[in-house]
Design a protein. Structure first.
Lengths: 250, 260
């Protein structure tokens, strides 16, 4: 395990997280820590609770019990204004990109800037920030296009640009390569790595793509039935003899 | 399942929906008066809802005025009361037909549109994306739309009424050689503020109901594309029902005031 990263400050800490929908117990005591500058990959089968966990983390869902600390703040105890302010430090890349259909690429990128005058001051012209974010993902020529005019890979990159525009300290990726062809997936992974190096962000990546985990992760957690089943670096887990762990790498 | 249990379950889910809708309306009123105000988006919605429904309301209003006059004319002729036509048409259209028909059209046009739009935004996680970017999606999407429908519907009703009266005038002009001035002179002689004010007030309520139900159905849309279809469809059905209930209450209350 990378000891340098492990010695850095803990930026997210989840303890004994539980969440159920009726009789369906999705998370059954999940624990996790994310350090500054770390890329933590969480792998699990569909329905293992990965997306629910990430939604609890950002405050989109409320956990039944357990605690979530993000940059020293307890998420479920924050009022709306403080939570919104904290969210400017957390970027979220949605599985389906979640670009606003009725807005152009420029408007999509400008949208998160509207309410965050504390971070950037009152911006008269957002163009430099929008252009910088688009240049980061190599799509500055798409500024006036509508989302329907973009390919799946381009949409994912624009969504990443929208995530980056608030200059977050943490980026949460929900299945960043799902639904993309292998070449585009590789491009997205390279982009994620370059962003991490450029801005020294921490990243929490939810995926079931082994290639994605291999390329990007410093550390991995395998989520089975809503609890941590195994934890370690990619190499440690890939060489494990446990059949349940091996099933992820086949 | 036992049919009695089925009925009980249906009533239960209906009451639950009414409760949730009331809670949603309560949240709308709370959020409406809190800063920040999404004024730009409100104006944009007013433009879209008003502008895009204009043609439909105009065509429907024109045909209703035309047909109503054509159908009533023979009966009034039989009684030698055809000179009452402008008064009868104007009172019926201004008091009842104009507001309810325009509201039903807008329920289909605007209500289903809102239900489908917000539903697809929910399904594709766009509402979640707004939330995590620090924008209150309820304020941005729901408050602006409900306010826009509440404000735009009375305007559309006025417009629809005017076009319907014009349609009626055309029939009278062709069949009875009634001049424009004479026809509208009779229309305005027959009308009182007592006809106009209750109709305008209930149009605001109609607009509010269209926006509220459309937003409610779309905002809490179930996952999947089927959910979007259900949201749009049930928005129209539920709104149409609600419009008749509001209309009944409005007529009942107006009647009490007339008696006084």
């Amino acid at each position: 395990m990378n000891t340098t990263i492990q010695n850095r400050k803990v930026i997210i800490e989840i303890k004994d997280l539980r969440k159920s929908y009726g009789d369906n117990h999705v998370l059954n005591g999940f624990n996790m820590t994310l350090h500054e500058g770390e890329n933590l990959v969480i792998m699990g089968k569909s329905g293992s609770g990965k997306s629910v966990m990430i939604k609890c983390l950002i405050g989109l869902e409320k956990q039944d019990s357990g605690s979530i600390m993000v940059m020293g703040e307890k998420i479920d105890e924050l009022d709306r204004a403080t939570l919104d302010e904290l969210r400017t430090e957390i970027g979220f890349l949605f599985q389906g990109s979640a670009l606003y259909d009725s807005m152009t690429v420029r408007e999509n990128l400008e949208f998160p800037l509207r309410r965050h005058t504390k971070k950037f001051g009152k911006l008269k012209d957002t163009t430099p920030l929008v252009m910088q974010a688009l240049e980061n993902v190599g799509l500055s020529q798409t500024i006036n296009l509508m989302p329907e005019e973009l390919s799946g890979g381009m949409k994912r990159r624009i969504a990443l640009a929208r995530t980056l525009i608030l200059q977050p300290k943490i980026i949460l990726y929900d299945e960043p390569t799902t639904g993309l062809d292998p070449i585009t997936s590789k491009e997205i992974l390279i982009l994620m790595k370059s962003i991490q190096e450029k801005y020294t962000t921490s990243a929490l990546i939810i995926t079931h793509d082994v290639d994605c985990a291999r390329v990007i992760s410093n550390r991995m957690i395998l989520l089975v039935d809503g609890v941590n089943y195994a934890e370690g670096t990619f190499n440690e887990l890939a060489t494990s003899t446990d059949p349940k762990v091996q099933a992820f790498f086949k | 399942m036992n049919p009695i249990f089925k009925i009980i379950k249906l009533i239960q889910s209906f009451l639950l929906e009414i409760g949730e809708l009331s809670f949603f309306a309560g949240r709308f009123f709370r959020e409406s008066f809190r800063r920040p105000f999404e004024f730009k988006e409100f104006l944009r919605q007013c433009f879209y809802m008003g502008n895009r429904s204009l043609l439909l309301v105009a065509v429907t209003g024109f045909i209703i005025g035309l047909v109503f006059t054509l159908q009533s004319r023979p009966t009034l002729l039989e009684f030698g009361a055809v000179s009452w036509m402008p008064s009868m048409v104007s009172i019926s259209i201004i008091r009842e037909i104009g507001p309810i028909i325009t509201a039903l059209i807008c329920a289909g046009r605007i209500g289903s549109g809102i239900g489908a739009e917000l539903g697809s935004m929910r399904v594709t996680e766009q509402i979640d994306a707004m939330e995590v970017s620090g924008t209150n999606p309820f304020k941005y999407l729901v408050v602006t739309r409900i306010m826009a429908t509440t404000l735009m519907l009375p305007i559309l009703v006025f417009f629809g009424d005017a076009i319907a009266l014009f349609g009626s005038y055309l029939v009278e002009n062709v069949k009875g050689q009634v001049s424009f001035l004479l026809y509208f002179n009779q229309v305005f002689n027959a009308l009182e503020f007592g006809d106009l004010i209750p109709a305008t007030i209930k149009s605001f309520f109609f607009g509010f109901a269209i926006g509220l139900v459309g937003c409610f159905k779309g905002y809490y849309c179930k996952k999947g594309t089927a959910g979007v279809g259900i949201a749009a469809n049930s928005a129209v059905v539920f709104t149409s029902m609600l419009l008749f209930v509001i209309d009944f209450i409005a007529v009942f209350v107006t009647d009490i005031f007339y008696d006084l």
